[in-house]
Design a protein around this ligand. Structure first.
Ligand SMILES: CC(C)(COP(=O)(O)OP(=O)(O)OC[C@H]1O[C@@H](n2cnc3c(N)ncnc32)[C@H](O)[C@@H]1OP(=O)(O)O)[C@@H](O)C(=O)NCCC(=O)NCCSC(=O)C(=O)O
Length: 577
């Protein structure tokens, strides 16, 4: 459709005109992008208004970082680039953390920022919000582009989309100087300059030799293990992966955001026997999982004494041998690789030795049985397990709901306690273990999927994006936020023995976060026992109303994040003392 911005006035030369604003909007629409996460302001306020008028869903946040986290997770959930739109310099910088986060986590996202005039920026003459944004963004993303002329908007956006989703997905920066929006050109020529990106993320077919090599190594295993990462969840090859895992009979360990790709209650799931399978496996097949800190780099104490052979499936060839030798690298997109595995296995496959699978199920049952009574306690104030036991059952009753999770103890314990049943239903802090993703991810999850969202938040983690409860109420989203409020970071009991200032890790005692939600017209509940928590969450899930539950947790409950991969900050502190 032509967008007639204006008509030229010279007599006899009347023609339909368009402008930079409309070309950006048309280019997005042409490529099926229908949602933008943004914070309005100079110079993109009118772009947002016009985009909304043209049918794009504009979701306005209170802080760009949250809009950016929303865009990143939208990309993860949809395999289309999530778009975050910001103003220049400070707005751009606020969005940049989320862009870098998207790149690290391999989420396709495009940060589009308005910027000030090139002529003035380059001479550093002090323009409004002057900053060389392109140069700053470059090291933090997969690709960065600037469009200077309206006729290049189509190409600029096409390049950004292709860079974001092809190969290993990631963040892309697109710099649009204020002047560009006002540039006028012939409407027909403008439409012709737009590009519809064809096959933006082409399949990458693995070589037959790499498939054979991988399966040969796997066949030789006595104690094989499959590790599923969020790359496997992103691939949306759910059926192929399930077929492969079940056909192979090999136990699988899901990384945090791969939980639910196959149900955590699947008989082959080794999530509740994590230490055992890492230590005792002899062949490990990584599918869309990287051997980074979350897997202790594939070596050291967590991996035990048993010599390991690693097989790795990844779309990025440079991932291979990043930490340890990969004896069978398979480079390709996960759907194509797993389909090739399935085809090759159709001629016959022998399940792993029963003593291995039996040892794992025994360990798993032991761990589950050990945890069960803790989850049933009805203490008030609550401890973590009492509160999480309630939420475990909520997700069991609502397997379609999306769980957003961040915090320290709130994250670490929820990861183990709350079983997931379906793919891409658990969204958390990702590769960086970053705090602050909560409300942005919850908002995008609700909007992109239409499913209810349960956001389980530590009180500290919530603070980074808490103002977005207003956004949740404004868009009337079916989000229930549960804040595990133990009055501080890790715990609420630390004391400063030197002066009257509070200790560095404590917050206001007895804070009532539920009042924040009430201030914007949502439902706020203060829950002091598992029974109260259960009632409040069930009501929220049934009503779909924006709800915030202040779950009062014993301030003495919780401990410092002392067990993240090979890191142990507590022991470092103790040594320093
Ligand atoms: C890589 C990790 C998954 C490894 O954690 P581990 O504690 O070793 O493993 P898990 O959590 O998976 O499991 C812990 C144990 O629970 C067992 N387990 C798991 N699931 C279950 C169930 N359902 N029932 C019973 N037991 C279970 C599992 O087998 C382990 O026991 P055993 O088998 O017996 O060992 C984790 O370190 C991680 O994700 N870290 C990221 C944390 C993060 O991002 N933090 C943000 C920083 S907070 C911050 O900013 C800050 O603090 O500062």
């Amino acid at each position: 459709m032509l967008n007639t911005a204006t008509k030229s006035e010279a007599p006899g030369t009347e023609q339909e005109l368009t402008d930079g604003f409309h070309l950006v909007i048309d280019a997005l629409k042409l490529n099926g992008i229908n949602t933008i996460y943004n914070v309005p302001g100079i110079p993109i306020t009118d772009l947002g208004r016009m985009a909304q008028a043209e049918g794009i869903r504009m979701i306005s946040f209170r802080h760009e970082q949250n809009a950016g986290y929303a865009a990143g997770i939208a990309g993860y959930l949809t395999k289309k680039p999530g778009i975050c739109l910001t103003v220049s310099a400070p707005g751009f910088l606020n969005g940049l953390t989320a862009l870098a986060h998207a790149t690290t986590n391999c989420y396709p996202m495009i940060l589009i920022s308005g910027s000030s005039e090139r002529e003035i920026v380059d001479l550093q003459q002090g323009d409004y919000e002057e900053m060389d944004q392109l140069a700053i963004a470059k090291p933090l993303c997969k690709a960065a582009y600037r469009v200077l002329h309206a006729q290049d908007i189509g190409i600029g956006l096409a390049r950004a989309i292709r860079a974001a989703v092809s190969g290993r997905p990631g963040g892309v920066y697109l710099d649009l100087p204020a002047k560009l929006f006002g540039q006028v050109m012939n409407a027909e020529a403008g439409q012709k300059s737009l590009v519809k990106v064809i096959d933006a993320a082409p399949a990458q077919i693995p070589s037959p030799a790499s498939i054979k090599r991988a399966l040969d190594v796997l066949k030789g295993a006595k104690r094989p293990l499959i590790i599923l990462g969020k790359g496997a969840a992103y691939a949306q090859a759910d059926e192929e992966i399930k077929t492969f895992v079940e056909k192979s009979g090999i136990p699988f360990l899901p990384m945090s955001m791969a939980k639910g790709l196959l149900s955590d209650t699947h008989p082959q799931c080794a999530g509740a026997a994590r230490s055992t399978v890492l230590k005792e496996s002899d062949v490990v097949l990584l599918i869309g999982a990287r051997l980074n800190w979350l897997l202790s780099h594939g070596k050291g104490k967590s991996w035990g004494e048993t010599p390991k052979k690693f097989i790795q499936v990844d779309i990025e060839p440079r991932e291979m041998d990043s930490n340890v030798e990969i004896v069978a690298p398979v480079v390709g997109d996960i759907g194509s690789v797993v389909s090739a595995f399935n085809q090759a296995m159709a001629s016959g496959w022998t399940a792993p030795p029963a003593e291995w699978t039996k040892a794992i199920s025994t360990k798993r049952e032991e761990n589950v049985a050990k945890m069960a009574p803790k989850l049933m306690n009805n203490k008030s104030p609550m401890d973590y397990h009492g509160a999480l036991g309630v939420l475990k059952n909520v997700i069991k009753d609502h397997p379609e709901a999306i769980l957003v999770n961040e915090g320290a103890n709130t994250l670490d314990l929820a990861r183990g306690v709350i079983d997931m049943y379906r793919p891409r239903k658990r969204l958390d802090v990702g590769t960086w273990g970053v705090m602050g993703i909560g409300m942005g991810q919850a908002i995008a999850a609700a909007l992109e999927t239409g499913h209810p969202v349960l956001a389980v938040e530590g009180d500290s983690a919530f603070g980074f994006s808490g103002m977005e409860v207003e956004t949740i109420c404004r868009y009337n989203l079916p989000i229930c936020v549960v804040i595990f409020n133990n009055d501080g970071i890790y715990r609420g009991t630390d004391v400063n023995s030197v002066n009257a200032d509070p200790a560095t890790t404590v917050f206001v005692k007895g804070a009532r976060y539920d009042k924040m939600m009430e201030a914007f017209g949502g439902v706020g509940v203060n829950a002091t026992s598992p029974d109260e928590l259960k009632r409040a969450v069930n009501e929220a899930m049934a009503s779909g109303k924006p709800t915030l539950i202040n779950a009062v947790i014993d301030p003495a409950a919780g401990s410092e994040s002392g067990r993240i991969g090979n890191l142990n900050p507590q022991s470092v502190l103790q040594k320093k003392k």
